[in-house]
Design a protein around this ligand. Structure first.
Ligand SMILES: Cc1cc2nc3c(=O)[nH]c(=O)nc-3n(C[C@H](O)[C@H](O)[C@H](O)COP(=O)(O)OP(=O)(O)OC[C@H]3O[C@@H](n4cnc5c(N)ncnc54)[C@H](O)[C@@H]3O)c2cc1C
Length: 308
């Protein structure tokens, strides 16, 4: 957590972006976390993961769209992807994740919602679901309002909440109703202490409180973490709190992170979904993954040829 703020601040520099994008070895680093640039690569990754008994959520990379045409094109791309997934027989094991800002929500909330509706309708036609990613805290109210609006027509749209935000325990209470799919993650954005817990232990404690609320609720908890202590806790809370007859929780992890643990949990009978990003707009995503873990920055610097 301490290293994250400077790394995410540096990531906003144009010079760094050019350096990273131009470095020849960058592609190797990107490949660890990103499935590829196009639909074909996304489908190939989805096929390989489902063959291992894992479920998948595909994320077309892109965020903070400030161009209405690009926002519309992003929704179109999701619609086309969902058709291809259904044609390939990959649904319902494969769903999609979407960012409201990629659909133009910052530019115009109505445009974002219209795009999200088209994606949700295409997901339903394809026999699968869509989950709306959490972005930084300035977007939380608008994103959760969009999810609520979508759920009036598409009840299985997934919400995402970030345990690092102080508000999230209350959001979990609101979201723990029947059938509600809720992904709980720690939160990937650098947030100010006025709205967020900033110490690792505090974030984990918040995650545990939120998880207990979701497990005791009547929705579908989606436990998105690689943290071994929280994965253990999820199993124990499920045994203690899960109401009879409600769907079991699922685990979610990122493509390229703790693959052996993904297989271990699936072999033990859990539903495990891998979040698989693809597309050419990988910069922001990659920077958040590097910021999460100093070892990833070292991995990255080594790949760039830095002797340190
Ligand atoms: C399926 C999924 C969906 C997500 N969706 C969102 C979202 O919509 N919005 C959002 O803000 N955030 C999202 N996140 C990111 C999340 O908020 C965290 O930033 C991220 O998962 C790291 O936190 P952690 O819970 O794994 O715990 P950490 O304490 O960061 O990690 C625990 C352990 O996991 C391993 N690990 C974790 N991250 C990495 C990594 N990058 N590389 C290698 N090893 C690692 C390490 O062994 C580490 O010690 C998502 C995460 C997952 C798994």
């Amino acid at each position: 957590v301490l290293a994250r703020t400077p790394i995410l601040a540096a990531a906003r520099s144009r010079r760094l972006r050019h350096l990273v994008a131009a470095a020849p070895v960058t592609s190797e680093v990107v490949r660890r976390f990103v499935a590829g640039e196009d639909d074909a690569a996304a489908l190939a990754a989805a096929r390989a993961l489902t063959a291992r008994g894992l479920a998948v959520s595909l994320d077309l990379l892109g965020e903070d769209t400030t161009d209405a045409a690009l926002a519309t094109a992003t929704a179109d791309a999701y619609v086309a992807l969902l058709r291809r997934l259904a044609d390939a027989g990959l649904t319902p094991a494969v769903e999609v994740s979407v960012k409201m800002s990629a659909l133009g929500a910052r530019l115009d909330p109505a445009l974002g919602l219209e795009g999200a509706r088209r994606v949700a309708a295409a997901a339903r036609d394809a026999g699968t679901t869509v989950t709306v990613d959490a972005e930084d805290h300035t977007t939380t109210d608008a994103t959760l309002a969009a999810v609520a609006a979508l759920r009036r027509d598409f009840a299985d749209v997934g919400a995402v909440v970030a345990a690092q935000l102080r508000r999230t325990e209350a959001d979990c209470r609101d979201l723990a109703g029947p059938g509600s799919r809720v992904r709980l993650c720690k939160g990937a954005y650098a947030e100010p202490p006025s709205v967020a817990f900033t110490g690792r232990a505090q974030v984990s404690a918040s995650y545990a409180r939120c998880l207990a609320i979701l497990m005791a609720g009547r929705g579908r908890p989606m436990v998105a973490t690689h943290d071994p202590a929280l994965i253990d806790l999820a199993g124990r809370l499920a045994d203690r709190l899960r109401p009879a007859g409600e769907p079991p929780h699922e685990f979610q992890m990122l493509y390229g992170v703790r693959a052996a643990e993904q297989d271990r949990l699936a072999a033990a009978g859990a539903c495990v979904r891998v979040y698989v990003p693809y597309g050419s707009e990988w910069y922001g995503y990659l920077m958040r993954r590097l910021a999460e873990r100093p070892a990833n920055v070292l991995f990255f610097l080594r790949a760039l040829g830095d002797p340190s």
